[in-house]
Write a protein that binds this ligand. Sequence first.
Ligand code: 2AM
Length: 171
Amino acid sequence: MRLFLALEPPAELRDALGRLGDIAQARCGGRRMPTASLHLTLAFLGEVDETQVPALRAWVAERPIAAATWQLDTWGTFQRPAIVWVGGQAPDARLIALHQAVWDGLAAFGFNDRPARFVPHVTLLRRAQRLATSELPAVDLTWPYQQLSLVHSSLDHQGARYTTLARSPIA
Ligand code: 2AM
């Protein structure tokens, strides 16, 4: 099954991100991510054998992460595959440390596809027709986080559907 580790936004922030998704879609076209699915990916695991899932769930459910806040203040795009996102202009030391800690932990399970570069972002649009963000309104959002989520991505007729399998304890 296809799994990833992510931070899930608190409800108010999720709604604010969804509103930015609407604004971005009006300008850039493409497919807007459903508000309920918005997240920050920390580690994409890809296809994981079902036999590994109980141990991964337990690992996530037993270890608290360092609570912190992330400041979102910019729009960004990835040319391929035409993604429009929001994130932070400056590298965020605490998110980078969390990303490293997560991948250090994953190594014990044999996951070694740690990406060389980590650009924390929340994808709002996929397959955008115009990667033009200069006239979009300024982004100024604060994301307080305290839990890591293990998420299952499955495909149905509407696209990817996310189900949270485990959350880390709140410290
Ligand atoms: P995204 O954060 O840019 O949207 C679930 O599919 C999540 O994992 C998505 O949010 C997506 O990134 C990320 N993801 C999907 N496929 C990926 C891949 N091949 N490599 C890295 N991340 C991927």
